[in-house]
Design a protein around this ligand. Structure first.
Ligand SMILES: Nc1ncnc2c1ncn2[C@@H]1O[C@H](COP(=O)(O)OP(=O)(O)O)[C@@H](O)[C@H]1O
Ligand SMILES: Cc1ncsc1CCOP(=O)(O)O
Ligand SMILES: [Mg+2]
Length: 278
């Protein structure tokens, strides 16, 4: 748990994190699901990072060692992948590399939920999920969920997200109409995005990958806020150029390629909603 008051994070902090990320073009290792692989890689390339989708247990130790950040996403979990995920998380923690957990579909089945809970205890720097996933991972009542989709609002998941952050030691990001980032005591709300985004598959997964890219250059709280503001702004800008969800991924990539301080300021807001009195 953080005991110090976070700096009042602003749009200009998000823009400076974006610049720092682009300047280093971090290598982000993705152990992600089959649905999300291509859009995650395209999103990372567009925003300015370097993606690699690598999950074989035989090479994860070596690959984590050359990566700047890692994502573990349980979307198409199968027993074959579990050892690679466990090993990658362990290696990332041992080498001090930040890793992001995306607990896709947590709550849908016991297999998936048990494994997501196990991984939440394996030292992620950040956990990013939709409201139902975060509530389920926290063991909260009323998580709902429909497969990989949320049936709860991010507002309803905030209490569970704070509890999860305190229990896991990770920064928790809950996405939805409003996105929240919390360390368990402090909460930042970010707006942006579009109601079309949940209608296009794997855009949450690609956001988790983006959060990992920012975690390569900023501490976890700041990284999550900055990545979500950048992504939300690009998503909102992209949504103005489409008539439905079909072309949204392509427009999102174009917007992520172009995003700058002006676009973030125009389409996103960042607001501290709870802070610690020190
Ligand atoms: N109703 C909404 N309005 C604006 N943005 C949204 C809305 N729902 C989701 N988003 C955005 O879509 C992205 C993916 O979030 P979400 O749909 O919650 O994740 P997941 O795809 O994992 O379920 C985030 O950037 C989030 O801010
Ligand atoms: C549809 C689907 N099924 C298994 S993983 C996956 C992708 C989920 O992506 P997101 O969580 O970003 O909506
Ligand atoms: Mg998801």
């Amino acid at each position: 748990m953080s005991s110090t008051l976070i700096r009042n994070l602003t749009i200009s902090d998000a823009a400076s994190a974006l610049d720092a990320m682009r300047a280093t073009r971090p290598l982000v290792q993705n152990i992600t699901n089959y649905v999300a692989m291509t859009i995650s890689a395209n999103v990372l390339l567009a925003v300015g990072a370097s993606p690699a989708m690598v999950h074989a247990v035989e090479e994860v130790d070596e690959f984590v060692a050359i990566s700047n950040a890692l994502v573990i996403n349980v979307g198409t979990l199968s027993p074959l992948w579990i050892e690679g995920m466990q090993r990658a998380a362990k290696q990332a923690v041992a080498l001090g590399k930040p890793w992001v957990l995306d607990p896709v579909g947590c709550g849908a089945t016991k297999f998936r939920t048990d494994f997501a809970v196990e991984m939440s205890r394996a030292g992620p720097a950040i956990i990013r999920g939709n409201a139902s996933e975060i509530m389920s991972l926290a063991g909260a009542a009323g998580a709902g969920g429909k497969g990989v989709d949320s049936t709860a609002s991010s507002d309803a998941a905030l209490k569970a997200g704070k509890a999860l952050a305190l229990a896991s030691g990770a920064i928790v990001a809950i996405t939805g109409e409003t996105d929240y980032v919390t360390d368990g005591t402090q909460v930042v709300a970010i707006t942006g995005g579009s109601a079309l985004m949940p209608l296009s598959t794997a855009l949450g997964c690609a956001l988790s990958a983006t959060v990992a890219a920012f975690a390569a250059v900023r501490p976890p709280f700041e990284a999550a806020v900055a990545a979500i503001a950048v992504y939300g702004a690009a998503g909102a800008a992209a949504a103005t150029r489409v008539t439905g969800p079909g072309h949204l991924p392509a427009e999102l990539c174009d917007a992520l390629h172009a995003v700058d301080a002006d676009m973030i300021a125009r389409y996103a807001t960042i607001r501290v909603v709870e802070e610690v009195n020190v």
